[in-house]
Design a protein around this ligand. Sequence first.
Ligand SMILES: Cc1cc2nc3c(=O)[nH]c(=O)nc-3n(C[C@H](O)[C@H](O)[C@H](O)COP(=O)(O)OP(=O)(O)OC[C@H]3O[C@@H](n4cnc5c(N)ncnc54)[C@H](O)[C@@H]3O)c2cc1C
Length: 378
Amino acid sequence: MQETRADIAIIGGGIIGASALFFLAKKGLKPLLLEAKSIAHGASGKAGGILTPFAPSETPEIKELLGKSLQIHDNLAKEFDGENQYAYEKYRALTIATTLDEVNQLRETRLNSESQWLKNEEILQEKGWINKETYGGICFTNYQLDPEAFTKKLVAESLKMGARLELGRVINLLKNKDRIEGLETKSGIIRTEKVIFTMGPWTMNLEKWLGIKIPVIPLKGEILRMQIPNTPAGGFSDIQGNYVLTRPNGIVFAGTTEDYAGFDTHPTQNGKDRILKSLSRYTDHLKDGAIVDHTACLRPLSADGLPFIDQIPNINGAYIATGHGRKGIALGPATGESISELVTTGRSTSLDNFRLDRPIKTIKPKHPANVHELQQDA
Ligand SMILES: Cc1cc2nc3c(=O)[nH]c(=O)nc-3n(C[C@H](O)[C@H](O)[C@H](O)COP(=O)(O)OP(=O)(O)OC[C@H]3O[C@@H](n4cnc5c(N)ncnc54)[C@H](O)[C@@H]3O)c2cc1C
């Protein structure tokens, strides 16, 4: 069996692993990324790519990390010609209210100096995506990108700086009492004293490898890609997280569902019907559209909706960054920067909200306390 060495290994080549790789490589290290299938083959390659500050179920704890991440996104887009390399684009977004309660909720919690409240009549006058009655909404500047292209770009730039990539599933960890000593793939052993786990919903393998239960489970989401005549620009969403977004290439993303379906990633007729039905309450445009693709993928959802970005207690050299739910693309860069700081210096600013030992205040609906039955390899 082949045996090699790495200073630091990262397991999982989604947006979080790619971001960690990039920031470690930027610090002059030579990290090794291990990915079971292909870069961004999970949710990171199929997500909407919206970098919204107005995500559903947003919690105050996430604001600082999100603000930092959006700033890094903007800097990276300038450094790497994001507009041409991964369709990074500024667009006009609208979050609509569909009840009076939602009007109050949106105005109180989300209206700020950079956004504007539009009444129903004003929204209709714009002749954009919305052509049905709403209770008004908040209009703001937002950003989007192609998440697969972005994740691949981060990996490509890391490789240029000396990072390494190996395709193949990690099947076991090597540990000596409380210390990481390496890991095992089908092709051999990799000796290393530091491992960052960025395996998204497959993080539950840590129970098998380290005897630790991390409360993160897969939350399935389906999304439609459509071609529509006279496509309106920009996009809109409601508070529940249904949305429409026109890409720079004219393809319309319409989503999305939330289902607890284990590791199933089959798109369903029922999912498609639910997406189109939810959105038809606000717009007629989709009914003339042709569906060109329909995918499903798995968000890594933590029990309280906040990510875990931390050193794993009592196991020297083990780190984790996962559980970003619906916001992993937006939060990826700041997560990568923070975890790389933690690994190299032993501390990182503002990660208290994302510690493994935090009290879980609110359990997400249906998040099962026992997730054994969901266990599956990537
Ligand atoms: C329909 C949908 C739309 C979304 N839209 C948005 C959006 O608009 N904006 C936003 O910010 N977020 C969005 N998200 C959320 C976002 O996609 C996720 O939060 C993010 O992709 C999670 O990234 P990750 O790197 O943690 O996990 P993943 O992308 O799942 O990556 C984990 C990787 O680990 C690998 N892996 C697992 N086990 C092993 C192993 N043993 N050995 C080697 N490799 C392994 C897997 O193969 C996988 O590639 C959306 C999600 C869905 C489902």
